[in-house]
Design a binder for this molecule. Structure first.
Ligand SMILES: [Zn+2]
Length: 341
């Protein structure tokens, strides 16, 4: 076979192979044809030496033409394959912008935290510091230091969860009164928000965990009038400027005198309704003057210093202000409930 025939055959065969090649084969094919060492074109051109001086340029230019032609075919095929890959990708990654999207519901601050923030803001405005304390307490801080000795009948007011080694889950935030006074000299002016635990049977107004805000102010010349003025202002901040407060005598072992703080019903304006049980008044917290025994216990001189303390349930405040009838709703985490506030 002459060189010209060989070149023509190479051209025909290579054309077919290139057209059929996938992208993985194309590079091998290029080497198979054009490699200087063992490519099929080089092999043919090795025969050039045996040609006459007349034939040589003719065959040389034909070989060049075959080379350019096949190179062109290869790069054309390469483009074709790349375009096919891109096309497939575009097809598979199509985004239909008319499809409905996924809506993320925005989060909300829980009604309890809203009430808590409101309470904190009010007292911060009066110069109170906000402090927190441990939820696990000793019998001493939860009871003894608050003038509630062992076997005292008033312990029945706090049905507690006892842990090992004389520890218990605090049943009120009042233990922090003692912690704070032990660590600080008067004047003291703090509120203590926090979780408390009681072994109560769960019903619409009782839950085994709840939140309290304790308040404590100790200084020289603090009187019951200061307590009344402070809590009167608080009640009006929480329930509206037209509200009135009333202080009924009550009993707590660690305050003397003690009072339950009532606000005139903001649902019926004091006329009587279901919320206020037709009395026209709603109890919002307990309060009183710090008992001299408690002051003495932390090393304060009750002849020099006096103070008042108060404690309120955050759940109760939230339920009253939003007309929520069942405390359990606050802890269920049902979004249909919580997003209403
Ligand atoms: Zn009422």
């Amino acid at each position: 076979m002459s060189i010209i025939e060989q070149l023509a055959q190479l051209r025909r065969e290579a054309e077919e192979e290139i057209r059929a090649a996938g992208s993985d084969k194309l590079n091998d094919l290029r080497l198979k044809i054009f490699s200087r060492k063992n490519g099929s074109l080089s092999a043919i051109l090795r025969g050039l030496g045996g040609l006459s001086a007349e034939e040589r340029p003719k065959v040389g230019s034909m070989a060049n033409e075959v080379k350019v032609h096949l190179e062109g075919l290869i790069s054309e095929r390469m483009q074709q394959l790349k375009a096919a890959v891109m096309e497939a990708r575009l097809q598979s990654e199509t985004i239909d912008v008319t499809m409905p999207g996924h809506w993320q519901k925005p989060g909300r601050i829980h009604i309890l935290n809203q009430a808590l923030e409101h309470i904190k803001d009010t007292f911060k405005g009066l110069g109170y510091a906000v402090v927190q304390g441990p939820e696990v307490e000793t019998d001493y801080y939860n009871f003894e230091a608050l003038n509630i000795p062992a076997n005292h009948p008033s312990r029945e007011m706090w049905d507690s969860f006892f842990l090992r080694e004389g520890l218990l889950m605090r049943s009120h935030t009042s233990p922090m009164q003692v912690h704070i006074m032990e660590k600080h000299e008067p004047p003291v002016r703090v509120i203590v928000p926090g979780k408390c635990y009681r072994r109560d049977a769960v019903d619409s107004t009782h839950f085994w965990e709840f939140h309290q805000v304790e308040g404590l102010l100790v200084d020289k010349n603090v009187t019951f009038s200061d307590l009344k003025g402070t809590l009167d202002l608080f009640a009006r901040r929480m329930a509206g400027p037209q509200r009135k407060t009333r202080f009924n005598p009550s009993y707590f072992p660690f305050t003397e005198p003690s009072a339950e703080v009532m606000v005139d019903c903001f649902v019926c304006d004091g006329k009587g309704c279901r919320v206020c049980k037709n009395s026209g008044w709603i109890e919002i917290m307990g309060a009183g003057m710090v008992h001299p025994k408690v002051l003495k216990g932390v090393g304060y001189d009750p002849e020099v210093y006096t103070g008042f303390a108060f404690g309120m349930g955050v759940e109760r405040i939230a339920m009253l202000s939003c007309g929520i009838a069942d405390i359990r709703l606050l802890f269920e985490g049902d979004e249909r409930f919580s997003r209403q506030f």
